[in-house]
Design a protein around this ligand. Structure first.
Ligand SMILES: [Zn+2]
Length: 285
Protein backbone atom coordinates (compact mmCIF):
# COMPACT_ATOMS: atom_id res chain seq x y z
CA UNK A 1 0.00 0.00 0.00
CA UNK A 2 1.36 3.40 -0.91
CA UNK A 3 2.88 5.06 2.16
CA UNK A 4 4.37 8.54 2.56
CA UNK A 5 7.24 8.13 0.03
CA UNK A 6 4.99 6.64 -2.68
CA UNK A 7 2.24 9.25 -2.30
CA UNK A 8 4.91 11.97 -2.21
CA UNK A 9 6.33 10.65 -5.51
CA UNK A 10 2.93 10.63 -7.23
CA UNK A 11 2.22 14.12 -5.88
CA UNK A 12 5.44 15.43 -7.43
CA UNK A 13 4.56 13.68 -10.70
CA UNK A 14 1.13 15.34 -10.68
CA UNK A 15 2.77 18.74 -10.16
CA UNK A 16 5.06 18.11 -13.10
CA UNK A 17 2.58 16.61 -15.55
CA UNK A 18 -1.01 17.37 -14.56
CA UNK A 19 -1.35 20.57 -12.52
CA UNK A 20 -2.69 23.31 -14.80
CA UNK A 21 -4.80 20.84 -16.80
CA UNK A 22 -8.52 21.17 -17.32
CA UNK A 23 -10.80 18.26 -16.42
CA UNK A 24 -13.49 18.03 -19.14
CA UNK A 25 -15.40 15.26 -17.40
CA UNK A 26 -15.09 12.43 -14.92
CA UNK A 27 -16.15 8.86 -15.57
CA UNK A 28 -16.91 6.89 -12.42
CA UNK A 29 -16.52 3.24 -13.41
CA UNK A 30 -16.67 1.86 -9.87
CA UNK A 31 -19.23 3.78 -7.78
CA UNK A 32 -17.96 2.01 -4.63
CA UNK A 33 -14.81 4.11 -5.01
CA UNK A 34 -16.62 7.32 -4.12
CA UNK A 35 -17.00 7.85 -0.38
CA UNK A 36 -18.34 11.39 -0.58
CA UNK A 37 -20.54 12.95 -2.04
CA UNK A 38 -22.89 10.63 -4.02
CA UNK A 39 -21.19 9.36 -7.22
CA UNK A 40 -23.46 11.46 -9.52
CA UNK A 41 -22.66 14.67 -7.66
CA UNK A 42 -18.99 13.69 -7.47
CA UNK A 43 -18.87 13.39 -11.29
CA UNK A 44 -20.87 16.58 -11.85
CA UNK A 45 -18.58 18.67 -9.62
CA UNK A 46 -15.55 17.34 -11.53
CA UNK A 47 -16.82 18.66 -14.88
CA UNK A 48 -15.03 21.62 -16.45
CA UNK A 49 -12.74 22.39 -13.55
CA UNK A 50 -9.03 23.19 -13.58
CA UNK A 51 -6.45 21.31 -11.52
CA UNK A 52 -4.63 24.07 -9.68
CA UNK A 53 -2.39 22.13 -7.33
CA UNK A 54 -1.40 18.83 -5.78
CA UNK A 55 -0.31 18.12 -2.25
CA UNK A 56 0.08 15.30 0.24
CA UNK A 57 -1.02 14.98 3.83
CA UNK A 58 -0.17 11.67 5.51
CA UNK A 59 -1.13 9.06 2.89
CA UNK A 60 -3.81 11.29 1.35
CA UNK A 61 -3.16 12.58 -2.17
CA UNK A 62 -4.94 15.91 -2.52
CA UNK A 63 -5.75 17.36 -5.96
CA UNK A 64 -6.76 21.01 -5.70
CA UNK A 65 -9.37 22.40 -8.11
CA UNK A 66 -10.26 25.95 -9.14
CA UNK A 67 -13.83 25.31 -7.96
CA UNK A 68 -12.51 25.29 -4.38
CA UNK A 69 -13.12 21.55 -4.06
CA UNK A 70 -10.32 19.09 -3.36
CA UNK A 71 -10.27 15.63 -4.91
CA UNK A 72 -8.76 13.39 -2.25
CA UNK A 73 -7.44 9.97 -3.14
CA UNK A 74 -6.58 7.31 -0.58
CA UNK A 75 -4.60 4.87 -2.66
CA UNK A 76 -4.84 1.46 -1.06
CA UNK A 77 -2.92 -1.75 -1.72
CA UNK A 78 -3.20 -1.85 -5.52
CA UNK A 79 -4.03 1.81 -6.16
CA UNK A 80 -2.35 3.25 -9.25
CA UNK A 81 -2.83 6.67 -10.81
CA UNK A 82 -1.70 6.58 -14.45
CA UNK A 83 -1.46 9.39 -17.01
CA UNK A 84 -2.41 8.40 -20.58
CA UNK A 85 -0.53 9.24 -22.78
CA UNK A 86 2.46 8.93 -22.26
CA UNK A 87 1.61 5.52 -20.78
CA UNK A 88 -0.68 2.97 -22.39
CA UNK A 89 -4.31 2.99 -21.31
CA UNK A 90 -4.95 0.29 -18.69
CA UNK A 91 -7.95 -1.88 -19.51
CA UNK A 92 -8.74 -3.73 -16.32
CA UNK A 93 -9.54 -2.80 -12.73
CA UNK A 94 -10.45 0.77 -13.68
CA UNK A 95 -12.27 2.79 -11.05
CA UNK A 96 -12.21 6.40 -12.26
CA UNK A 97 -11.14 8.22 -15.43
CA UNK A 98 -10.59 11.98 -15.55
CA UNK A 99 -10.68 13.25 -19.14
CA UNK A 100 -8.13 16.05 -19.39
CA UNK A 101 -7.38 18.61 -22.09
CA UNK A 102 -4.93 17.61 -24.82
CA UNK A 103 -6.59 14.18 -25.21
CA UNK A 104 -5.02 12.98 -22.01
CA UNK A 105 -6.69 10.90 -19.32
CA UNK A 106 -5.87 10.27 -15.69
CA UNK A 107 -6.77 6.68 -14.83
CA UNK A 108 -7.30 5.34 -11.36
CA UNK A 109 -6.72 1.62 -11.41
CA UNK A 110 -6.82 -0.78 -8.48
CA UNK A 111 -7.06 -4.52 -8.89
CA UNK A 112 -7.63 -4.87 -5.14
CA UNK A 113 -10.52 -2.33 -5.31
CA UNK A 114 -9.68 -0.87 -1.92
CA UNK A 115 -8.81 2.65 -3.13
CA UNK A 116 -11.27 5.39 -2.19
CA UNK A 117 -11.85 8.97 -3.35
CA UNK A 118 -13.68 11.96 -1.93
CA UNK A 119 -14.54 15.39 -3.28
CA UNK A 120 -14.42 17.80 -0.38
CA UNK A 121 -15.08 21.46 0.27
CA UNK A 122 -12.31 23.33 2.12
CA UNK A 123 -14.19 22.88 5.42
CA UNK A 124 -14.75 19.18 4.83
CA UNK A 125 -11.08 18.73 3.92
CA UNK A 126 -9.92 20.48 7.07
CA UNK A 127 -12.20 18.31 9.17
CA UNK A 128 -10.96 15.16 7.41
CA UNK A 129 -7.28 16.00 8.01
CA UNK A 130 -7.64 17.39 11.53
CA UNK A 131 -7.15 14.11 13.46
CA UNK A 132 -3.88 13.29 11.67
CA UNK A 133 -0.64 13.39 13.63
CA UNK A 134 2.39 15.46 12.60
CA UNK A 135 4.20 15.00 9.32
CA UNK A 136 7.58 13.28 9.82
CA UNK A 137 9.29 16.14 7.97
CA UNK A 138 7.23 18.86 9.65
CA UNK A 139 8.10 21.12 12.58
CA UNK A 140 5.91 19.28 15.07
CA UNK A 141 7.83 16.01 14.82
CA UNK A 142 10.82 15.26 17.06
CA UNK A 143 12.13 12.58 19.40
CA UNK A 144 10.68 14.60 22.24
CA UNK A 145 7.28 14.73 20.53
CA UNK A 146 7.28 10.93 20.14
CA UNK A 147 8.21 10.40 23.76
CA UNK A 148 5.54 12.82 24.97
CA UNK A 149 2.86 11.45 22.65
CA UNK A 150 3.30 7.72 23.30
CA UNK A 151 6.08 7.31 25.88
CA UNK A 152 3.70 6.43 28.71
CA UNK A 153 1.73 3.88 26.67
CA UNK A 154 2.04 0.20 27.51
CA UNK A 155 1.07 -0.68 23.94
CA UNK A 156 3.49 -2.27 21.46
CA UNK A 157 5.63 0.19 19.53
CA UNK A 158 4.80 -1.07 16.03
CA UNK A 159 1.02 -0.54 16.11
CA UNK A 160 1.60 2.88 17.70
CA UNK A 161 3.81 3.97 14.78
CA UNK A 162 1.16 2.78 12.33
CA UNK A 163 -1.47 4.91 14.10
CA UNK A 164 -1.94 7.94 11.81
CA UNK A 165 -2.99 10.03 14.82
CA UNK A 166 0.49 9.53 16.33
CA UNK A 167 2.55 10.22 13.21
CA UNK A 168 1.45 10.56 9.59
CA UNK A 169 2.35 8.46 6.58
CA UNK A 170 4.02 5.33 7.96
CA UNK A 171 2.67 1.95 6.82
CA UNK A 172 3.61 -1.69 7.13
CA UNK A 173 6.69 -1.70 4.88
CA UNK A 174 8.54 1.33 6.25
CA UNK A 175 7.66 0.60 9.88
CA UNK A 176 9.49 -2.75 9.83
CA UNK A 177 12.56 -1.09 8.30
CA UNK A 178 12.37 1.79 10.80
CA UNK A 179 12.23 -0.57 13.81
CA UNK A 180 15.13 -2.59 12.37
CA UNK A 181 17.25 0.55 12.04
CA UNK A 182 16.36 1.65 15.56
CA UNK A 183 17.14 -1.88 16.85
CA UNK A 184 13.72 -2.06 18.48
CA UNK A 185 11.66 -5.23 18.72
CA UNK A 186 8.22 -4.58 17.15
CA UNK A 187 6.55 -5.80 20.36
CA UNK A 188 8.50 -3.52 22.69
CA UNK A 189 6.14 -1.62 24.96
CA UNK A 190 6.43 2.11 24.31
CA UNK A 191 6.81 2.87 28.04
CA UNK A 192 10.03 0.84 28.21
CA UNK A 193 12.01 2.89 25.65
CA UNK A 194 15.02 4.86 26.88
CA UNK A 195 15.88 8.41 25.80
CA UNK A 196 18.53 7.06 23.45
CA UNK A 197 16.00 4.68 21.92
CA UNK A 198 13.50 7.49 21.26
CA UNK A 199 16.30 9.39 19.48
CA UNK A 200 17.21 6.29 17.45
CA UNK A 201 13.56 5.78 16.52
CA UNK A 202 13.13 9.39 15.45
CA UNK A 203 16.30 9.25 13.32
CA UNK A 204 15.17 5.96 11.75
CA UNK A 205 11.74 7.37 10.81
CA UNK A 206 13.30 10.33 8.98
CA UNK A 207 16.10 8.33 7.41
CA UNK A 208 13.90 5.55 6.02
CA UNK A 209 11.17 7.81 4.67
CA UNK A 210 13.74 10.15 3.09
CA UNK A 211 15.45 7.21 1.40
CA UNK A 212 12.06 5.96 0.17
CA UNK A 213 11.36 9.36 -1.40
CA UNK A 214 14.84 9.50 -2.94
CA UNK A 215 14.27 6.07 -4.51
CA UNK A 216 10.80 7.07 -5.77
CA UNK A 217 8.99 4.57 -3.59
CA UNK A 218 8.97 0.85 -2.88
CA UNK A 219 7.51 -1.55 -5.43
CA UNK A 220 7.02 -4.88 -3.72
CA UNK A 221 4.18 -5.78 -6.10
CA UNK A 222 1.75 -3.21 -7.41
CA UNK A 223 3.04 0.31 -6.75
CA UNK A 224 3.72 2.43 -9.84
CA UNK A 225 4.30 6.16 -10.29
CA UNK A 226 2.19 8.38 -12.57
CA UNK A 227 4.11 7.20 -15.64
CA UNK A 228 3.77 3.50 -14.70
CA UNK A 229 7.36 3.17 -13.47
CA UNK A 230 8.20 1.08 -10.38
CA UNK A 231 10.14 2.62 -7.52
CA UNK A 232 13.54 1.25 -6.49
CA UNK A 233 13.51 1.34 -2.69
CA UNK A 234 12.68 -2.40 -2.60
CA UNK A 235 16.36 -2.92 -3.47
CA UNK A 236 17.30 -1.32 -0.15
CA UNK A 237 14.98 -3.21 2.22
CA UNK A 238 16.74 -5.20 4.96
CA UNK A 239 13.91 -7.05 6.71
CA UNK A 240 10.55 -6.46 5.00
CA UNK A 241 9.58 -9.78 3.37
CA UNK A 242 13.18 -11.00 3.93
CA UNK A 243 12.14 -13.77 6.35
CA UNK A 244 14.37 -16.81 6.06
CA UNK A 245 17.21 -14.64 4.75
CA UNK A 246 20.26 -13.44 6.70
CA UNK A 247 20.15 -10.15 8.59
CA UNK A 248 22.61 -7.75 6.86
CA UNK A 249 24.00 -6.69 10.25
CA UNK A 250 24.50 -9.97 12.17
CA UNK A 251 23.91 -12.77 9.67
CA UNK A 252 21.12 -14.26 11.82
CA UNK A 253 17.83 -15.20 10.26
CA UNK A 254 15.13 -12.57 9.69
CA UNK A 255 11.74 -13.85 10.89
CA UNK A 256 8.13 -13.07 10.12
CA UNK A 257 5.40 -13.01 12.80
CA UNK A 258 2.05 -11.32 13.29
CA UNK A 259 2.28 -8.21 15.47
CA UNK A 260 -0.85 -6.16 16.04
CA UNK A 261 -2.54 -8.22 13.33
CA UNK A 262 0.04 -7.30 10.67
CA UNK A 263 2.77 -9.44 9.11
CA UNK A 264 5.97 -8.23 10.74
CA UNK A 265 9.59 -8.83 9.79
CA UNK A 266 12.52 -8.39 12.15
CA UNK A 267 15.86 -9.80 13.29
CA UNK A 268 15.44 -11.44 16.73
CA UNK A 269 19.18 -11.02 17.45
CA UNK A 270 19.43 -7.29 16.57
CA UNK A 271 15.97 -6.35 17.85
CA UNK A 272 15.67 -7.91 21.29
CA UNK A 273 12.44 -7.92 23.19
CA UNK A 274 14.06 -6.59 26.34
CA UNK A 275 14.49 -3.08 27.70
CA UNK A 276 17.88 -1.38 27.45
CA UNK A 277 18.85 -2.49 30.96
CA UNK A 278 18.62 -6.15 29.97
CA UNK A 279 15.50 -6.76 32.00
CA UNK A 280 13.06 -8.93 30.04
CA UNK A 281 9.77 -7.03 30.03
CA UNK A 282 7.86 -10.19 29.15
CA UNK A 283 8.46 -11.38 32.71
CA UNK A 284 6.85 -8.30 34.20
CA UNK A 285 3.34 -9.71 34.36
ZN1 LIG B 1 20.55 -9.06 12.98
Amino acid sequence: MPELPEVETIKEDLREHVVGSQIARAEVLEPGLVEQPAPEEFARRLENVEITGARRRAKHLIVELDSGDALVYQLKIGGQLLLVPPVEAPEVALMLVLHLDGDRRLFLRDETRFTRARLLSPEELEERLAPLGPEPFGDGFSARYLKEAIGSRRAQIKPLLLDQKVVSGIGNIYVDEILYDARLHPRRKANTLSGTEWEALYDAVKKNLAAGIEHRGTTVRLYRDLLDRPGSHQDYLRVFEKHGQPCPACGGEVVREQVGGRPTHYCPACQREVAGNGYDMRLEF
